[in-house]
Design a protein around this ligand. Structure first.
Ligand code: TRP
Length: 440
């Protein structure tokens, strides 16, 4: 189906291309930066177990729902709700998604900019040999001198916008086909190194040792919330990517593969970070600075650290780029479908808007915190709840059933999936939401 603007709608060239693009959107700073540090803050082991359950029981059903809604309606998030229920308040769910994508990109690009800056520092060999205080100073000067941060942020936005301008199969799909395997190779190199380090055993035990006494109710809800964030759910990214999926492709298997890839990368990234941190006797619960202060402090002292830090930060950049491109695509697809704009124009306007709103996030930590709070605690759970409820209770049944089974080897799972989406999923998301806004 063509879009209203008369341009042919983009399409993935292959099922693998779609999986790598979806996995590219899912795998990002959430896996390599956030997952290790929240695991550290929540004491490891048991938190990881709960997280895995959340991915399987809540994340996967919602991911299937999003991709299905996109494919069945062949539409970007806002129009997906208009196609079947025109002029109904459900459109608000799509609007929340687009707003969330826009705002998330505005500060995701700040952290992605840090990753680019650290790649630059690593390539120019400025980290290796530095003492702990110097490394700390590097991060502080980056966050306190806005110009450098803003320049890298804009570089990041420009890269993602240019890739999105190139289109679904020529830009996004190709980028996934190159960067995702690249990311896996770099990750395996780092894992190989981590396994030889004295802190390997302690690091491994920290991630997988079940210590239930460390697990709090807040930790459980954080695991649930993160499972949502890391799979790129709740803001229509998977609706948008699903809308380019061919009917003959198996969306159920693709969702499972995407979730599995995302989970493996998060676990392996932790298996790289913690052994290094433990080998040098550093603090695993360092919070957001774990990757930009603690880890570089260790890399600076390690033999081979100069090369390894290039490997590490290039990997982080790959993850961030394939995620950023998905956010740009959500914004662009909305403008293409709803305003009949051309792709290039939509991407450029979206990119310019994100840049304007994003600069304050780099300049002010307070602003960064506020936008993150709004997106993570309000918009994502609200959007996710809306999408789950819509697909479970409102969407046309025949269309839903048909699309689930189309091309799928797992069509028999329909009943279980639908049951999960109707009852446990909304309850769980509802709990995260109430906790996030401080009501429980
Ligand atoms: N999943 C991404 C990560 O782990 C972050 C993310 C959340 C995202 N929602 C998204 C990326 C929507 C692209 C589109 O880093």
């Amino acid at each position: 189906m063509g879009s209203d603007s008369g341009q042919p709608r983009g399409q993935w060239n292959s099922g693998t291309g779609f999986i790598l693009a979806a996995a590219g959107s899912a795998v990002g700073l959430g896996n390599i930066w956030k997952f290790p540090y929240i695991t550290g803050e929540n004491g490891g082991g048991a938190f990881v177990g709960v997280y895995l359950l959340c991915i399987l029981l809540v994340g996967v059903p919602v991911m299937i729902a999003e991709i299905l809604l996109g494919r069945a309606t062949r539409s970007s998030p806002v129009r997906a709700f208009q196609v079947q229920t025109p002029r109904s308040p459900w459109i608000g769910v799509g609007m929340i998604g687009v707003l969330a994508a826009f705002l998330l990109m505005s500060y995701y690009s700040t952290v992605a900019g840090w990753a680019l800056h650290y790649t630059y520092l690593s390539v120019t060999n400025s980290i290796h040999g530095a003492g702990a205080e110097q490394v700390q100073g590097m991060f502080e000067s980056l966050t306190s001198s806005p110009l450098v941060g803003v320049v890298w942020q804009v570089v990041f936005i420009v890269i993602t916008v240019l890739l999105a301008v190139a289109g679904v199969s020529k830009g996004i799909e190709r980028c996934g086909l190159v960067m995702m395997p690249g990311l896996f190779v770099l990750l395996v190199i780092l894992l190989g190194k981590a396994m030889t380090m004295p802190g390997w055993g302690d690091g491994f035990d920290f991630i997988f040792g079940m210590r239930f006494d460390n697990l709090t109710a807040a930790g459980v809800l954080e695991a649930l919330g993160h499972s949502f964030f890391t799979l790129s759910l709740g803001m229509g990214a998977m609706i948008t990517y699903g809308s380019y999926l061919r009917r003959k492709d198996d969306l159920v298997s693709a969702s499972l593969a995407t979730a599995a890839t995302d989970t493996v990368v998060a676990l392996v990234a932790s298996m790289v970070v913690f052994p290094i941190v433990f080998t040098f006797g550093l603090e695993p619960g360092a919070g957001p600075g774990l990757l930009f202060v603690t880890l570089p402090t260790a890399l600076a002292q390690m033999t081979g650290g100069a090369v390894l830090s290039v490997v590490f930060f290039v990997m982080l950049v790959f993850g961030a780029v394939t995620s950023g491109i998905a956010m740009v695509e959500v914004i662009a697809a909305f403008m293409i479908d709803d305003f009949g704009m051309g792709r290039r124009k939509a991407c450029l306007i979206g990119g310019a808007g994100v840049t304007l709103c994003g600069i304050p996030a780099t300049v002010s930590a307070i602003w960064f915190g506020r936008v993150d709070y709004l997106v993570s605690n309000w918009l994502l759970p609200l959007g996710g709840l809306g999408i789950a409820l819509y697909v479970a209770w409102k969407m046309d049944r025949a269309l839903r059933r048909n699309d689930f089974g189309s091309g799928s080897a797992l069509a028999k799972g329909y009943g279980i999936w639908l049951w999960g989406l109707k009852f446990p999923v909304p309850v769980c998301i509802g709990l995260v939401f109430l906790h996030a806004v401080g009501l429980i």
